[in-house]
Design a protein. Structure first.
Length: 236
């Protein structure tokens, strides 16, 4: 059960032109449950960006600028506690509460996750029913198969990101829930935060981009990553 008390700071959200008419959206059954399909490819999207451990929404500044320049609406929660000490599920519940409170209930969404944010996003999609309204997941440097560095930090969230943790095993076993969802993965083979680095190269994704960024934390602002995500969001 998700708690009813939610603590997060949301960044100021700069929307695309709210007076612009959006094409009406229709539901189409797909995957585990009904998912939205847009009636026009040039509709602006509601894009939810989920930060990683020790971060806040500011880490997506460059990507938000690029997406908003194309008219999309960006929603950038700063989830707390940022170190995930209460666990991934706790943060996924807070993500769900944020989306339910800020995004129109009939609006489909695309989700961009970075690092721990990828696992939070997957918990939201696969366990909390977020799949029903999602169009795509863009996973940036997420420890889908765990990371050895998670042993260096205490707290439930770090334990959740250790290889073969119960939470990661449950996500692995329920991956079929994501059938039909557009999945894209972005990783850096030079990563020394996600160990092994290949844990971020999500095999289920239809497309994989090795940005070869020098540092893990540079991935959300990497020019190649931003350009590819912006292009693909426009095509949804």
């Amino acid at each position: 059960m998700c708690g009813t008390w939610v603590t997060f700071d949301s960044l100021p959200v700069a929307h695309s032109d709210t007076t612009a008419d959006r094409a009406r959206q229709s539901r189409a059954a797909d995957g585990c449950s009904g998912r939205f399909e847009t009636s026009r490819q040039d509709d602006p999207m509601d894009v939810v960006l989920v930060h990683g451990i020790f971060n806040n929404g500011n880490i997506f500044r460059r990507m938000v600028r690029a997406l908003e320049a194309d008219g999309h609406r960006c929603w950038v929660p700063s989830l707390k506690p940022a170190d995930g000490r209460k666990g991934i599920h706790d943060l996924a519940c807070k993500l769900k509460a944020y989306i339910d409170a800020h995004v129109e209930p009939d609006a489909p969404i695309a989700i961009v996750g970075f690092s721990m944010g990828c696992i939070i996003a997957r918990q939201y999609l696969q366990v909390l029913g977020g799949i029903a309204r999602a169009q795509a997941l863009f996973a940036i440097a997420g420890p889908h198969e765990g990371t050895m560095t998670a042993y260096a930090y205490p707290g439930r969230g770090a334990r959740d990101m250790r290889p073969r943790s119960p939470l990661l095993e449950n996500l692995r076993k329920t991956e079929s829930c994501l059938d039909g969802l557009k999945l894209f993965t972005y990783w850096t083979s030079l990563d020394i935060t996600i160990l092994p680095a290949t844990s971020s190269n999500w095999r289920r994704a239809a497309s994989s981009l090795d940005a070869r960024a020098w540092l893990h934390r540079l991935m959300p602002g990497d020019a190649k990553v931003c350009a590819d995500i912006t292009r693909r969001v426009c095509a949804l």
